[in-house]
Ligand binder design. Sequence first.
Ligand code: FEO
Ligand code: CA
Ligand code: CA
Length: 670
Amino acid sequence: MDSRDEAPKGTKYMTFETVEDVGRNPTDNPTMGDIINERLARRDVMRGMLAVSAMGALLGSTGVLTARRAEAAAGKASFSFPEVEHGVDERHHVAQGYDADVLIRWGDPVLPGAPKFDPMNQSAEAQAKQFGYNNDYVGYIPLPLGSNTPDHGLLVVNHEYTDEEVMFPGVGKEQQKAKFDKITKTHVEIEIAAHGGSVIEIRKVNGKWTYDANSKYNRRITGETEFAIHGPAAGHALMKTNYDPSGTKVRGMLNNCAGGVTPWGTWLSCEENVNGYFWGPEENTHPNAKLMKRYGIPGGWYNWGVHFERFDVTKEPNESNRFGWVVEIDPTDPTSTPKKRTALGRMKHEACNLAIMEDNTVVAYMGDDERFEYVYKFVAAKKYDPSNRAANMDLLDEGTLYVAKFAADGTVTWLPLVQGQNGLTAEAGFPDQATVLINARGAADILGATKMDRPEDVEVNHQTHRVYVALTNNSRRKAEQKDEANPRAENQWGQIVEIIPADGKNHAAATATWKMLVRAGNPSDQAVGAAFHPATSENGWFSCPDNLATDSRGRLWVTTDQGEAWSKVSGSADGLWAVETEGEMRGYSRMFYRNPVGAELCGPCFAPDDRSLFLAVQHPATDGVDLWKPFGRLSSFEDPATRWPDFQPNMPPRPSILAITKQDGGVIGL
Ligand code: FEO
Ligand code: CA
Ligand code: CA
């Protein structure tokens, strides 16, 4: 999600800033600008990157390599698909030799009794049985559980948020900017039902994927589904509401962005921009106003609080503390109660990806997606038991949360967020561990963590044990705030940082090292300061990395979310690129897939044999379509920039999951 850049002015309840990544970090924690003179000391660690960036600087651009040399160098890459070109139009494009088929769309049936999708007469009841809006994270869990079956499994999908202007007839324009003048309680009820997630059973038959609308596994989770609150913050005073005086149960998960799957077959779904759902006056006088402000609450992106008291902070001030968590769901049991895992801290969680060490220690990597926020990891207290699923089901309730400090000498220090240690005292506002976790941002401020350029996905490369952090952009970083991990002021393009665990694979250690993989943006424009492998073509570079996946060959796949800035930061629609992480081609990138206009690309997710790849096309026809010359205006339900994927009159654009296969049945990207 990277939209909603302007606050509606003059609205009674919400005249404050509403962009999700405005940057609310009030501390003066070092951004490493003050230690940038240590740059030379990092020479050894940065050697790999300097080789690439120095080449880039010398050559000026990949285009300066002779075409033959570039082609010869690119020929050494491990992927060989024909590259998709930068561009933008109404359709999606995948590399030649591949098929990209729609598996499921917004409104398709998930549960028995789901009515046929009728966008002119949508209801909350229908929506709660149909595939939700804005598919984001996609995870594949093979069936039978514990197997590596590549052609039969459960697909788990997050439904992050809703775009009223292209969902509902007669709404006209983005409702936040229109002060919600057209949004009724019925609309809100449909929106709440369109949030959450879906579980569907899928099969590959004769090389093509289908889902079973009648599967016993299918499930819809919405903003009304009951969740249990688990971990140290369960039952804390800050978690209690009128609906739940025990502080142990909550209705719904909201703004679930990316996530992860566990080796014990559960789905981790991450609540991101939850501030946007809460409503209240600009002048917040509640005793916990400081805590709320640190999380941008109330955000007022939706007017749900007008119709439902729990979203109004003046009526139910603690409800917002019950959102912003990593959620764990057992997709094999549709009757199971999903759990909010408070031990993993509260933030704008982008994703949560696990590394399982040789001794079965479980480590979860996470990013807090807002400008100047932090990268975290969680080390579970108990070990994973491969032979006892039940013993793993609450493993994420107990352990230590750490936040990262990226130093100029190439080290990463993981700082523990433990009450009573390192200044996290009652006097400082942290009387207990629950408060540390509910206000993880405030605790990390005290520890002096490194302020990053919007941490998105943090992905573990299971072949090399290295960890990749997508930092999507931060146009508000000032020159004096630059540091080595966030090296550009007014960074509109983002970068990918690689974390190398201690001893190569000790994810639980208190320290690690880091290197830059790529600095995104156009490498042929010196002012951008991008750095890819010089053999990267004019289509091979990207801006604003967001979601990451690694395949079983250890190659990194990167989707982008340029938001409304697409025309400025690349001139191309969002897409998927494959990036080399090792050897002489490290930092070489090639475009594999391109989105329809106005869409963000999420997923990506490989089946275990790498012969299928699932992508989530989010909010087609919305972001920056007024800047696309053939359209030149904002979209509405009646007049969208694209009617992807159906291209039928009267059918609005529909967020959808694509299943990508190679026409010869082979491995993706070879
Ligand atoms: Fe929902 Fe950080 O993207
Ligand atoms: Ca995003
Ligand atoms: Ca994202």
